[in-house]
Design a protein around this ligand. Sequence first.
Ligand SMILES: Nc1ncnc2c1ncn2[C@@H]1O[C@H](COP(=O)(O)OP(=O)(O)O)[C@@H](O)[C@H]1O
Ligand SMILES: [Mg+2]
Length: 408
Amino acid sequence: MNTSELQNIKQRYSIVGNCDALNHALNVALQVAPTDLSVLIVGESGVGKEIFPRVIHDNSPRRREKYFAINCGSIPEGTIDSELFGHEKGSFTGAVGESEGYFGVANKGTIFLDEVGELPLATQARLLRVLETGEYIRVGGQKVLKTDVRIVAATNVNMRKAISEGRFREDLFYRLNTIPISIPPLRDRGEDIVLLFRLFAMQMAEKYRLPKITLQEDAKRLLLKYKWPGNVRQLKNITEQMSILSKQREIDTETILQFIPQDMESRQLATINSVGAHSYENERELLYKILYELRGNVSDLRREMNGLRKQLDEARTLSDATAIQVRQLDTGRNFPTLQADSELHRSTIQDAVAEEINEPESLNLSDLGRQMVEKALERNGGNRKKAAQELGISDRTLYRRIKQFGLD
Ligand SMILES: Nc1ncnc2c1ncn2[C@@H]1O[C@H](COP(=O)(O)OP(=O)(O)O)[C@@H](O)[C@H]1O
Ligand SMILES: [Mg+2]
C-alpha cells in the first residue's frame, strides 16, 4: 500500500495519525480485506478499534452486502444465541414469531463482533461451528442452516488470560485470530497525539460554535508525556471538556492538569485514577452538556423576555385605551371588572418579566467549575483529598479552587 492510498483511506474514515504502528495496522487491514479470513482487532479500550472492521468490509468483495456491528458485551446472555443465530417460533417464552438472527440476515456480508471476549461459552461453541463449517442451527430448531459470513472481531481483554482462566475457548481464539491486527495505545503514537488534539479541537469548535482551542508549547509537551490510560477516547473527551470550559483559548499546562489525572510518572496510578473516576467522568460530561443546554435556554429566555416586554408595552397602551373607552362609556358596572382584568394581565406579565430579568447574565464557566467542586466535596463528606482525587486534580489545585470560589 503506497502512501497516497493510505492517505485516501485515512481521509475517507477521518482517521488521524501517521505513526508507524497505526500505518502498519491499516496496511494489514487493507491487505486482508479482499480475503475471507477472520480478523481479530486487539488493543486497549479507546484506541480506535471500531473503524477497522468497517474499513475491511468496505474494501472487500462483500462491500455491497450487509454489515452488522454487534457488541457482544451488551446483549444479555439469555438472548444472545437467538439474536445471533435466530430462533424458531415458540422456542422460548416470548418467541412469538421466528427470527433469522444476524448470521442468517448477514449472509454474504460481514459481521463485526465487538468485545468478543465477553461471549458466553455456549455461544462460543455455536460461533466456532459456524466459522468452521458455515453451519448453524436456530435456537429451538433442528434444521441445519448454511450461511456465508465474514467475521471481524475485536477485543480489549487479554485473550490468553481469558483462555487460561477457562472463560474463552482456545480453539475459537485461534480461529478468530487468523489475522491479528494490533492497534497501538495512544501513549506510543508520539506526535499523533497533537494531530488528534487538533482534529478534536476543530470538531468541538464546530459542534459548540466556540472559538477553537490551541496548545501552548509546554502543554504540547505535557500531552506527549502523559500515559493516556483511556487512549484516543480520553483525549477526545478532554479536548471536548477544555473546549467548553476553558476561558483561555490557548491551553496551557495548568489547564490541562485540571483535566487529566495528576500522576505523570506512574502509569499505574494514572490507570487507577481513571478507573476510579470513571462514573464521575460520565457525570462531569453530563454536567457540561447540561450547562451547554442551559446556556441555550438562557438565550432563548432572553429572546422571549424581549418579546414579553413588547407585549407588556402593547398591553399597557391597550389597557390605558380601554380604560379611557370604558370611562367614556361609563356604565359604572363594567369598568371595575375590566380594570381589574387588565391590571391582572399587566401584573402577570410584569412578574414574568421580573423573574426573567433575575436570571443570571449567563451561566458562565466558573459557575460550572464551582458546582463541580461543590458536588465533589459534598460527595466526599468535605474530604478535600478524596474530592481532589475524584476530580482528577491535585490537592493544591483544589485548594486554590475552593479559595477562588469562596467555598472555604
Ligand atoms: N486515529 C483516529 N483518528 C480520529 N479519531 C479516532 C482515531 N482513533 C480513535 N478515534 C476516535 O476515538 C473514539 C474511540 O474509538 P473506538 O473505536 O470507539 O475505540 P475502541 O473501540 O478501541 O475502544 C471514537 O470517537 C473514534 O472516532
Ligand atoms: Mg469499542
